[in-house]
Design a protein around this ligand. Sequence first.
Ligand SMILES: Nc1nc(=O)c2c([nH]1)NC[C@@H]1CN(c3ccc(C(=O)N[C@@H](CCC(=O)O)C(=O)O)cc3)C=[N+]21
Length: 300
Amino acid sequence: MAQILDGKLTSKKLKEQIAVEVADWVANGGKKPHLAAILVGSDGASQTYVASKVKACGMVGFDSTLRTFDETVSEEELLAEVESINANPDIDGLIVQLPLPKHISVEKVTQRILPEKDVDGFHPVNVGRMVKNEPAYIAATPFGIMKLLEEYKVETSGKHCVVIGRSDIVGTPMSILLSRKGYPGDCTVTLTHSRTKDLAYHTRQADIIVAALGWPEFLKADMVKEGAVIIDVGITRVEDANSKRGYVLKGDVKFDEVAEKSSFITPVPGGVGPMTIASLLYNTFLSAKGEIYPKQEAKL
Ligand SMILES: Nc1nc(=O)c2c([nH]1)NC[C@@H]1CN(c3ccc(C(=O)N[C@@H](CCC(=O)O)C(=O)O)cc3)C=[N+]21
């Protein structure tokens, strides 16, 4: 039976640590970190995630600003909001919650955010710097997974890691971070996707599997080697009349049967999701301290 990689507990520890450091920073004259979030439309999941982020800011002593727009907002209006936040010296970090409506270009919006405020790590400058192992904001989900592996001292050196899903936000950066030199890294990585032939052939060889394809309960026990480490990034709302909310959350892993075979496994909820939020706070604090992109000296 696998040991649970408890993201809820680990994120709580991380947030407590951030709260202590922020209090100290502010007591020593540092500026209170401030995260701004832009939310477009009324998707239930997006609203939940953004609300969690805003709440988490309060818990660690950050200021937060939430700007919401109707899904009919024009691209131009959204870009103008991004620019206004870029120009606001009090705001350290800006995230634009994805997905965006079809008429708005994610690329355009992402590229308009100043790299030094891009605490999501989605801007090409941050992606490029991450790839080159230069100081960068690292996307919160892969960063959170790295921290979780570290917390539980999961061995990664020389391990074969199979990542399922090649998204910009999770699968691709995850494959890069895990293949990096050092801990947690030094993995041999196979990045698989919807065109991969015989996916189960690959996953059965894996010491570590990162499932990030967004297909509820896709990864079954017969696709997993005995003793593998399982990271479940999926979080899909599946209709369920028996549940009070009308849905249940399902990961990309068939948890019960895979847990019996694996050595470590992340649950959904309570695994990768909370680590994403803690990592976003971490990045925002780095920004406030000027630790990735030095802040301009205040002119007296
Ligand atoms: N610009 C941008 N940045 C993101 O980081 C971003 C995004 N857009 N769009 C969507 C994805 C998804 N994401 C999650 C964050 C927290 C949980 C989370 O806290 N989940 C809880 C459960 C929450 C619930 O009850 O629904 C858990 O797994 O325990 C999940 C998913 C951030 N994303």
